[in-house]
Design a protein around this ligand. Structure first.
Ligand code: AMP
Ligand code: ZN
Length: 461
């Protein structure tokens, strides 16, 4: 069955053809580990995971690399603003390596909680300084870079065209440039490959040009080439990567190897909060931990993501998350009912559902359409173990663990857990008076209690 993917580079949906038969090589831009990932970031990694799972479902072998940006880079993609890691060092008064280690571990925990399959290769920028240095040397040798007092810049005027992904003209970029034109730069779109570190810079390395640190974009080019070769199949990232980070990766690659590194470029749209941007000033930057604190299993966030196509914006509200929770519970329930079913279903019918599901995921990861087929099977009037098996087969792409019970209360303090357990026993013994007393006690301690058919749900008020 064909796989169709939207390619940002050609601005159309194309039939996917891998470079190497049934193997697919993917590079995904990973997190900058200077703080917790927020749920917007996590949307990008859920998209990445569904892409992986779709390829597996179609029988492909995967070689997938994702970087961890553990060197500081500037707040904006365009060599502006404060170094993110420097900011974290000031905030936490800790060593940058310690900070990076902590948030990398937190990020990995988030991936596990969301049932995201980790890429085969996870590569840290700080462990590839040498590869980056060699890459920059190659670019210089090929005549695509120049050195100034403090920086080695990529010379975008040497390219046939800069801006092939976003397709905007240099004139537009000049008009959009927010900084004063750095008079050491030859062109407004030129960007830093390598930076000579000031005395007080926190992360720097001894390199050919003295104590330096890399520009942000070079790590992805160098590690992509190292692990996946000069040309690989797919490059993914968030939509914000299109105009600068990925344009610059493409520029660097042309400078080093003479060609664009990936055949297909895929980008995930943004998650909005209450219809707007996530921002610290609006106090609406949520993490997975915040969702858990409010009693949501992380997989509720996963199913919530299937309400929109990855190329559309997705609006997060607590009400929408509440409906996603109901959906996840209903799906688990429907699966359990099908599992107990004793009716028979013809193989042709099962195959037809499977084909429709496969077509939906192969159509540029149309998860909302795939979910509608999942519901047709789950809610079918015929109750059959064969349908349950089919749902489990779909779940290899959905990653919702539909056959597992949800543990709602696992993150609560010990004292609260003890009261919950006492209340469970009271209810088992039909001691309703004691059950009510313990509910009031939980309420006094700041917790809401809801008795549902899935068990007791306890959430912080
Ligand atoms: P960062 O750690 O800032 O490099 O971001 C990690 C990933 O999250 C990148 O692929 C971004 O494009 C993506 N991202 C950032 N904000 C959002 C958002 N609100 N919605 C979806 N993806 C986002
Ligand atoms: Zn990248």
């Amino acid at each position: 069955m064909d796989i169709k993917l939207y390619n940002t580079l050609t601005r159309k949906k194309e039939t996917f053809k891998s470079i190497d038969d049934k193997k697919v090589k993917i590079y995904s831009c990973g997190p900058t580990v200077y703080y917790y990932a927020h749920i917007g970031n996590l949307r990008a990694y859920l998209f990445m995971d569904n892409l992986r799972r779709m390829f597996k479902y179609n029988g492909y072998e995967l070689k997938h690399a994702m970087n961890i940006t553990d060197v500081g880079h500037l707040e904006s993609d365009a060599d502006e603003g404060e170094d993110k890691m420097m900011k974290a060092v000031k905030r936490e008064n800790k060593d940058p390596y310690e900070i990076a280690k902590f948030y990398t571990e937190k990020f990995m925990d988030d991936l596990d909680l969301l049932n995201i399959w980790k890429p085969e290769i996870i590569c840290k920028a700080t462990e590839h300084i040498k590869e980056m240095e060699e890459y920059v040397k190659e670019i210089i040798k090929n005549g695509y870079a120049y050195e100034t007092k403090n920086t080695i810049y990529f010379d975008t005027s040497k390219l046939e065209k800069y801006g092939v992904l976003s397709n905007i003209s240099i004139e537009d970029q000049k008009a959009g440039a927010r900084v004063e034109f750095d008079n050491e730069k030859k062109n407004v779109t030129d960007f830093a490959l390598w930076i000579k570190a000031p005395e007080n810079h926190i992360m720097k390395w001894d390199t050919f040009w003295g104590k330096c640190y890399p520009g942000w974009h070079i790590e992805c080019s160098a590690m992509g080439k190292k692990y996946l070769g000069e040309t690989f199949d797919i490059h993914t990232g968030g939509i914000d990567h299109i105009p600068i980070h990925h344009e610059n990766e493409i520029a660097q690659s042309i400078g080093c190897t003479g060609h664009i590194p990936a055949n297909t470029w895929m980008h995930c749209e943004f998650l909005l909060i209450d219809g707007g941007k996530m921002s610290k000033s609006l106090n609406n930057v949520y993490t997975l931990e915040d969702l858990k604190q409010k009693g949501f299993d992380p997989l509720v966030f996963r199913i919530f993501n299937y309400t929109s196509h990855y190329r559309n914006k997705l609006n997060f509200t607590w009400e929408a998350l509440e409906s996603a929770k109901t959906s996840l519970y209903r799906l688990k329930d429907a699966y359990a009912k099908q599992l107990e079913g004793t009716e028979d279903v013809k193989d042709e019918i099962l195959q037809e559902y499977k084909n429709r599901f496969n077509e939906a995921i192969n159509d540029d990861l149309n998860m909302p359409l795939a979910m509608s087929i999942v519901w047709e099977v789950a809610k079918n009037n015929i109750k059959s173990k064969k349908f349950a098996d089919l749902l489990l087969d779909f779940d290899t792409v959905l990653g919702l663990k539909i056959d597992e019970k949800i543990e709602i209360n696992e993150e609560l303090p010990e004292e609260i857990m003890a009261i919950i357990n006492e209340r469970k026993i009271a209810r088992e013994n039909k001691n309703w008076g004691e059950s009510d007393r313990l509910r009031d006690l939980l309420s006094e301690k700041g917790y809401n209690v809801k008795d549902t058919k899935y068990g007791m749900e306890v959430t912080k008020k």
